[in-house]
Design a protein around this ligand. Structure first.
Ligand code: HEC
Ligand code: HEC
Length: 340
């Protein structure tokens, strides 16, 4: 039922958005968004160029429960919190009327680079994700997009802002574009690790540098590939004894994809506990210990996950290295913060 519901919502979202424009790196103006050194060019859909008016409107909506939810209680920022790298503190996030989501909230930085979204890659664009989120009963809970658009039109400051950003009256599809434009600007690439790569040798402690070498030697970077610390592919890392949902297999219908999830980025991972798609592991140390044991014997487990035989000291160094991926400027950047 859950899947059917999601499929229906995806269909609605695609209808509302029309066909998708090609992603073109050219349409990201460097004056608007500064891409961190060493990152690929920012992909931006041709039919939703980044403009200051769209980004500002998107930011306003992102933080505004009055505009975003029928009973005015919840907005994107309720689950995606800047001080947590735009993830959540909860294992499973709570939507409107206290409905629990069944997956752990994903952090929102460098999302522009993701070729597919969500833990199972079932969604193709941020615009589509916003529309699904608006209509999901576990999330913002609108009964239909017309009711949401009517809410926006009833708020005079939004009418003005939509005219400025799009030259027309508010609609759900345009709100999705504005919010997606804002989300695309949220980039994280200024952690101690990044400063170390740029030549600041003092940015990492000796133990963090040792942890970095263990990270590379243990094969972590094969899936958590720098600079984004993900390959955007689907793998089963076997860290759970039981998988309560199929993961990628629910999308692909291929049994070989059972228990496979999209590799999460490790940027800011120290701030995004609890871990894994179901938020069931509380600490980084516990994640690392399970990797060290080689995971559980799940049939679809990736063959690269095998016992590592790291000592307690080595695990500590590895964990220390993961802490060096925390970008404190992301957490403070006023461009991403709740507008005044
Ligand atoms: C009730 C909590 C909640 C609210 C409210 C919420 N989200 Fe999310 N968000 C989640 C969860 C949980 C996931 C992961 C879901 C999954 O993988 O199935 C997620 C995933 C995402 C992703 C995918 C990120 C990636 O790396 O694939 C984006 C983008 C996103 N949310 C944006 C938004 C925006 C924009 C809003 C407001 C319109 C919003 N979310 C509102 C909980 C929430
Ligand atoms: C075969 C690919 C692969 C390799 C190799 C790999 N990972 Fe992962 N990693 C994943 C996937 C996929 C997940 C998410 C699994 C899930 O949610 O069930 C994940 C999750 C994690 C998480 C939790 C992140 C979060 O936000 O929930 C951490 C931390 C992590 N890996 C660190 C490491 C470290 C350290 C290594 C090396 C010892 C490593 N990984 C090796 C694919 C991999």
């Amino acid at each position: 039922m859950k899947r059917l519901h999601n499929l229906l919502l995806s269909g609605v979202a695609l209808l509302l958005l029309g066909c998708h424009g090609e992603l073109s790196p050219e349409s990201a103006s460097p004056d608007i968004v500064e891409v961190p050194p060493g990152f690929p060019p920012l992909p931006v859909p041709a039919d939703n160029p980044l403009t200051p008016e769209r980004i500002e409107l998107g930011r306003r909506l992102f933080y505004d429960p009055e505009a975003l939810s029928p009973n005015g209680t919840i907005a994107c920022a309720s689950c995606h919190r800047q001080e947590r790298a735009f993830a959540d503190v909860l294992g499973l996030s709570i939507g409107i009327h206290g409905h629990k989501h069944w997956r752990s909230t994903l952090p929102l930085s460098n999302v522009a680079y993701a070729p597919s979204l969500l833990w199972d890659g079932s969604i193709g664009s941020i615009e589509q994700d916003v529309l699904i989120t608006l209509l999901s009963p576990r999330n913002l809970g609108w009964s239909d997009t017309a009711a949401f658009a009517a809410r926006l039109r009833s708020l005079p400051h939004y009418r003005t802002a939509f005219h400025r950003a799009f030259g027309t009256e508010p609609s759900a599809a345009l709100a999705a574009k504005a919010i997606a434009a804002f989300v695309r600007t949220i980039l994280s690439g200024n952690s101690p690790y990044d400063r170390f790569l740029r030549g600041d040798t003092a940015a990492l402690t000796a133990r963090q540098r040792y942890g970095l070498s263990l990270f590379l030697r243990s094969g972590c970077a094969e899936c958590h590939r720098p600079p984004l610390f993900t390959d955007y592919q689907f793998h089963c890392n076997g860290l759970l004894a039981h998988y309560w949902e199929e993961g990628r297999a629910a999308v692909s219908r291929n049994p070989a994809d059972f228990g496979r999830f999209r590799t999460p980025s490790l940027r800011n991972v120290a701030l995004t506990a609890p871990y894994l798609h179901d938020g069931s592991i509380r600490s980084l140390r516990e994640v690392l210990q399970r990797y060290n044991r080689g995971g559980y014997p799940v049939p679809t487990k990736d063959p690269r996950i095998r016992p590592l035989q790291l000592s307690e000291e080595e695990l500590e160094a590895l964990e220390d290295f993961l802490h060096s991926l925390t970008d404190s400027s992301l957490l403070r950047n006023p461009q991403y913060a709740r507008p005044e």
